[in-house]
Design a protein around this ligand. Structure first.
Ligand SMILES: Cc1cc2nc3c(=O)[nH]c(=O)nc-3n(C[C@H](O)[C@H](O)[C@H](O)COP(=O)(O)OP(=O)(O)OC[C@H]3O[C@@H](n4cnc5c(N)ncnc54)[C@H](O)[C@@H]3O)c2cc1C
Length: 417
C-alpha cells in the first residue's frame, strides 16, 4: 500500500475504486505482492452496520482464512441441508418439506466480514469519502483519475471494485446493460433473541409461496460482534417477489416520495409498502416465518439485475466483484467472485508481459462469470418461476426435478458434492 516498502521489481501503482468486499480483498492480496495500492471509497461514514448476512461456501471461507485475508477464527454458521418447503393445511407452522438437498454453506455477518477485511488495509491506503468520476487511459500506459472533490492522480493500473452500478463498467463497456429480471428482493434482519422458538432456525429453508411465483429464504448469521450462541445471533431473511417492469416506477418510491434506482435502503421504505408486503407474506408463508417478518423493521428493497460482459477489462483498467458481470444473488457467489477475481489478478501480475497477462486474466474471469450467470438463470427458474409443487410432489419427483433443474457450475456452488 502507499507506505509498503516495495521489493517487487514489477511493482505497480494500483488504484482501487470501491472499498467494500472486493476492494479490500484485492488491496490485501496486491499489497502483499509488493504493489503500491490505494483504495478510494465513496462512502465517508464507513460501511459498518449497513449489511445483513451473506452466504458463501465452506471452501471460499477456508481459502480466505488460509490466505490470512480473514482471521483464522472468523465466525460463521454452517448449514448442511437446504429444506425446500411450502405451506400446506397439515403443516401451517413451518411448512411441508419433501426435499432436503445437502449444502456446503456457511453464513457470515456482512459488517463483521467487511470489518475483518478492512483491518488488514492500513488507513493510509484507504481513502474514504472520495468518489471517482472519470478515468482515462493515457498514451504512457497509465490511467488518469479524477474525483468529485477535484482530486486528480495517476495509476499504472486501476481496479474498479465499485459494485453493481459500477462507473468503471459504464466507461469500459457503455453498451452493456443491466437487465432487470422481473423480480425484487425484500430483505431484513432480526436478532434471534426476539423469538421464543429458535428450533426452526437450525435448518436452512427455501419456501415457494402458496399461490404465486417467488421464494423466501432465511438463515442465521453471527452477530456483528461475532456471537454464534442461540439467542445472540442475527436472522437474515429475504423474500424474492415478482414485480413486472411496468410496475417498477410506482413501486420504487421512498418514504419522502422520491424515486429510487435499484435500491430502497433500510429506513427509506414507505411504512405502508412494508405493511402491505407483510400482509401478502402472511397469506403465502407458514405462520412461523410470517411472524418473523411481522416483527422486523428497517427492511430494504433491491431490484434484481444481471449484466453480461464480453471482458473483465480493457488496457490498464479491470473490473472486480460486482463491478464485473452481475449474477443473480440466488447463486450466493458475491464473495467467491471477489476472491477469485483478486487472486487471479495477483497471479497474473507476476508475469513479465503485463498486457498479455491482463488479457488472459480477463478471458478467464469472463468464462467463469458466464457459467455463474447460466447457473443463476437455472436457479431463477427452479426457485422463482417454475418450482415443482412442493405441497403435492413425492420426494422422488422432487429429487428428479431438482437434479434436472440446476446445472451446477464446476467452479463454485454452495451445494455439497
Ligand atoms: C454497505 C453494503 C452492505 C451490503 N450488505 C450485503 C448483505 O448484507 N448481503 C449481501 O449478500 N450482500 C451485501 N452487499 C453486497 C455485497 O457486498 C456484494 O454483492 C459482493 O460481496 C461484492 O462486493 P463488491 O465489493 O464487489 O461490491 P459492493 O459491496 O457493492 O461495493 C462497492 C463499493 O464501491 C463504492 N463505490 C461505488 N461507486 C464508487 C465511486 N464512483 N467511487 C468510489 N467508490 C465507489 C461503494 O460505496 C461500495 O462501497 C452489501 C454491499 C454494501 C456496499
Amino acid at each position: 500500500m502507499s507506505d509498503t516498502v516495495t521489493t517487487n521489481p514489477r511493482a505497480l501503482k494500483i488504484a482501487i475504486i470501491g472499498g467494500s468486499i472486493s476492494g479490500c480483498i484485492s488491496a490485501i492480496l496486491l499489497a502483499r505482492a509488493g504493489h503500491d495500492v490505494t483504495v478510494y471509497e465513496r462512502s465517508a461514514r464507513g460501511l459498518i452496520g449497513r449489511g445483513g448476512g451473506v452466504a458463501t461456501s465452506r471452501g471460499v471461507l477456508d481459502r480466505l482464512r488460509a490466505l490470512d485475508i480473514l482471521d483464522a477464527g472468523f465466525p460463521a454458521i454452517p448449514f448442511h441441508g437446504l429444506r425446500m418447503a411450502k405451506i400446506t393445511p397439515e403443516a401451517p407452522y413451518i411448512g411441508h418439506s419433501p426435499l432436503v438437498r445437502a449444502l456446503d454453506m456457511h453464513c457470515v455477518n456482512w459488517s463483521g466480514l467487511w470489518e475483518n477485511l478492512r483491518k488488514r488495509v492500513p488507513d493510509t491506503a484507504y481513502r474514504r469519502g472520495v468518489e471517482l468520476i472519470s478515468a482515462t487511459q493515457t498514451q504512457q500506459e497509465s490511467v488518469a483519475l479524477c474525483f468529485a472533490d477535484g482530486h486528480k492522480t495517476e495509476a499504472d493500473l486501476v481496479l474498479f471494485a465499485d459494485g453493481y452500478g459500477s462507473v468503471g463498467r459504464r466507461m469500459l463497456f457503455p453498451e452493456a446493460e443491466l437487465v432487470y429480471r422481473g423480480y425484487l428482493v425484500w430483505r431484513g434482519v432480526l436478532p434471534d433473541g426476539e423469538l421464543n422458538d429458535l428450533a426452526p432456525l437450525e435448518t436452512h429453508p427455501r419456501f415457494s409461496f402458496a399461490t404465486m411465483p417467488g421464494s423466501f429464504v432465511s438463515f442465521v448469521v453471527p452477530s456483528r460482534e461475532g456471537a454464534t450462541t442461540p439467542g445472540q445471533r442475527t436472522i437474515n431473511w429475504a423474500a424474492y417477489l415478482p414485480l413486472p417492469d411496468t410496475d417498477v416506477p410506482a413501486f420504487m418510491i421512498d418514504k419522502e416520495g422520491q424515486p429510487r434506482r435499484g435500491t430502497i435502503p433500510s429506513g427509506a421504505m414507505r411504512d405502508a409498502q412494508d405493511t402491505q408486503l407483510k400482509a401478502l407474506m402472511a397469506k403465502q408463508l407458514p405462520a412461523y416465518y410470517a411472524d418473523l417478518l411481522a416483527r422486523t423493521s428497517g427492511n430494504q428493497i433491491q431490484l434484481i439485475y444481471t449484466c453480461d460482459l464480453p471482458a473483465y477489462g480493457k488496457g490498464r483498467m479491470c473490473l472486480i466483484g460486482d463491478a464485473g458481470m452481475v449474477v443473480q444473488p440466488l447463486t450466493g457467489a458475491g464473495v467467491f467472485k471477489a476472491l477469485s477475481n483478486a487472486e487471479g489478478l495477483a497471479r497474473a501480475l507476476e508475469r513479465p508481459d503485463l498486457t498479455r497477462a491482463l488479457i488472459d486474466w480477463s478471458g478467464e474471469q469472463t468464462l467463469v462469470a458466464k457459467r455463474m450467470l447460466r447457473m443463476g438463470c437455472d436457479m431463477e427458474q427452479a426457485f422463482i418461476w417454475n418450482t415443482i409443487d412442493l405441497a403435492r410432489a413425492t420426494p422422488e419427483d422432487c429429487a428428479d426435478w431438482f437434479d434436472g433443474a440446476i446445472d451446477i457450475a464446476e467452479e463454485y456452488s454452495y451445494f455439497a458434492e
